[in-house]
Design a protein around this ligand. Structure first.
Ligand SMILES: [Zn+2]
Length: 195
């Protein structure tokens, strides 16, 4: 296991070869995965725990360029244990409150969970599932589900009428410190230009 800062210094000093580098950041952690060789060993940067680990700590993945998944075995195990339970509980609660708010035309729980897995927030590019999985992100960027047409105008709780937004947009900025607000505003603006 090697820390990123150590590897970066070794890359600068020419002690380590970069074999492969991902083109984009992981939406979960904002880390770009990288595979390096050092002597006869190969190491890969895990996008979940953020440290370099020997390649044999990763399960094979045929479609990946270096033949391995981007999350180490330890992180994957942990993920499957804790987070799946949380996903089930959290989506059940959100679905129930959506139903209570309108009382009319609601999606099924299965449809709703599919929505939470696949629908991305246009600003942060994250899904509700990823939001549940990694809650360490800035509070204003945590995700909420909002209705395109509000209940007051007859909007339903069907998935077609739902969208995923960061909290700072759907709930305003009242709960944020000035520093949090300016950090979020910058991120928001940078995304606006990229997309
Ligand atoms: Zn890991």
């Amino acid at each position: 296991m090697i820390e990123v800062a150590v590897v970066n210094k070794m890359i600068n000093d020419g002690l380590v070869n970069v074999i492969w580098e991902s083109q984009r950041c992981s939406p979960i952690s904002n880390i770009k995965s990288k595979t390096i060789s050092y002597g006869s060993h190969k190491y890969k940067l895990c996008v979940a725990c953020g440290v370099y680990r020997n390649l044999n700590n990763y399960t094979p993945n045929a479609v990946s360029q270096d033949g391995k998944v981007s999350i180490c075995k330890d992180c994957r195990n942990q993920r499957e244990k804790g987070y799946y339970q949380e996903f089930i509980k959290n989506t059940q609660a959100r679905w129930s409150s959506l139903k209570q708010e309108t009382g009319i035309e609601t999606c099924s729980l299965d449809e709703f969970r599919e929505f939470c897995k696949h629908e991305k927030c246009k600003i942060t590019n994250r899904t509700i599932e990823q939001d549940i999985e990694n809650q360490s992100i800035n509070n204003g960027l945590r995700l909420w589900i909002s209705r395109k047409i509000p209940v007051s105008l007859g909007g339903s709780s069907h998935v077609d009428n739902l969208e995923v937004l960061p909290r700072f947009i759907s709930h305003g900025v009242s709960g944020l410190s000035p520093a949090e607000y300016s950090e979020i505003k910058e991120l928001y603006l940078s995304k606006m230009f990229i997309n």
